[in-house]
Design a protein around this ligand. Structure first.
Ligand SMILES: Nc1nc2c(ncn2[C@@H]2O[C@H](COP(=O)(O)OP(=O)(O)O)[C@@H](O)[C@H]2O)c(=O)[nH]1
Ligand SMILES: [Mg+2]
Length: 331
């Protein structure tokens, strides 16, 4: 039986064969598998691709364990922590390290000369009751692009593109960042759909950070940015303005399409310090799974408190929760 593969498949296969970076190779292999029509004619092809995927996964695990590879792996891939991993990227001197310093306990080198940051540095920021992991990175410019940024950007949940409103060359500098990523098949997007048009590309949801906002009194630079990045979510920030840093947290939260659900023991008080983070549209069952797999199995019903419900309303496992709801699980 003929395999009847779509034309995209052959293009992607060429990319797969020449790709050297194991993480990207794994991603391409997974894309190839999803592109294969599932029928008898592709049985062998599917099995082969699954074997390749399994081998690549093993290589990656071994790579991260072996001593020699540790440094490269550590730069190229950072384990996620918190509700989202947000990578700060941008031209030299735009204020990436300053943002990390202002928002987290991390102490990166902040300097008034370009190319001061050479290694990725991470820190955890708190927005209300939610934690986000920030990654500070070396600058992207015509002269400079660290190869490990490919892996880091692809893996992140959100890109924060830090634009320097005090720089006369702001727009040109930011365009260089966009272009250099595009050369590596990474596209910065206002929104990411589940089925990308071209599987060879990584589409990354991006927040535009209009930084050093005090240096743009007339608002001219901000207008320029908004025009150049239509549809993107944009937030104005300054390390001199605490409210803008809170707004940055809120913008990340909004970009992630997530919500917080709080739990309470039966007859007890809700715990507001440690929410369950769920994607928007998440159900009582999803919340129970987050708590414990067994909970989800045994769940009989739940009681919910929150906007638009009456207090302690009894609901079933498929009930769709809203941000800020409190649930009491009955098993
Ligand atoms: N006016 C102003 N300067 C800032 C702000 N954030 C950072 N800077 C300055 O911009 C320069 C570069 O900052 P840095 O964080 O090292 O930039 P990076 O190269 O993107 O990491 C330093 O002199 C900072 O003090 C801000 O919000 N407002
Ligand atoms: Mg820096």
């Amino acid at each position: 039986m003929p395999a009847n593969l779509p034309p995209q498949y052959y293009e992607l296969e060429r990319e797969f064969k020449t790709e050297k970076d194991p993480r990207e190779k794994l991603r391409l292999a997974q894309e190839l598998l999803t592109l294969m029509p599932k029928h008898k004619g592709t049985d062998k092809l599917q099995a082969d691709m699954k074997a390749k995927i399994s081998k690549l996964k093993k290589q990656l695990v071994q790579g991260s364990r072996s001593h020699g590879a540790r440094q490269v792996t550590a730069q190229d891939h950072i384990e996620k922590e918190g509700a989202a991993q947000v990578i700060l990227i941008g031209p030299p001197n735009s204020g990436k390290s300053s943002l990390l310093e202002a928002l987290t306990n991390a102490r990166p080198l902040v300097a008034d000369y370009p190319y001061s940051t050479r290694q990725p540095v991470t820190g955890m920021m708190t927005f209300e009751t939610v934690q986000f992991q920030l990654i500070d990175t070396p600058p992207i410019s015509m002269e400079s692009y660290e190869a490990y940024l490919n892996g880091l950007v692809r893996n992140a949940d959100l890109v924060a593109l830090v634009c320097d409103l005090s720089a006369n060359t702001m727009l040109a500098d930011v365009k260089v960042v966009q272009q250099r990523l595009q050369e590596r098949r990474i596209l910065l997007m206002p929104e990411v759909t589940e089925h990308p048009e071209d599987p060879r590309y990584s589409y990354k949801k991006t927040l535009i950070c209009a930084h050093k906002s005090y240096d743009d009194e007339s608002g001219e630079k901000r207008r320029l940015l908004a025009e150049s990045f239509p549809d993107f979510k944009m937030v104005a920030t300054s390390i001199l303005d605490d409210a803008s840093l809170v707004a940055f947290g809120q913008a990340i939260y909004d970009c992630m399409n997530i919500m917080r659900v709080y739990t309470k023991p039966i007859g007890g008080q809700a715990d507001f310090s440690d929410p369950i983070i769920l994607p928007l549209g998440g159900t009582v069952e999803d919340a129970a799974i987050e708590l414990h797999k067994d909970f989800a199995h045994k769940l009989k019903y739940a009681k919910v408190w929150g906007h638009g419900k009456y207090d302690g309303q009894r609901v079933q496992r498929d009930f769709v929760l809203a941000d800020g709801d409190i649930i009491e699980l009955h098993i």
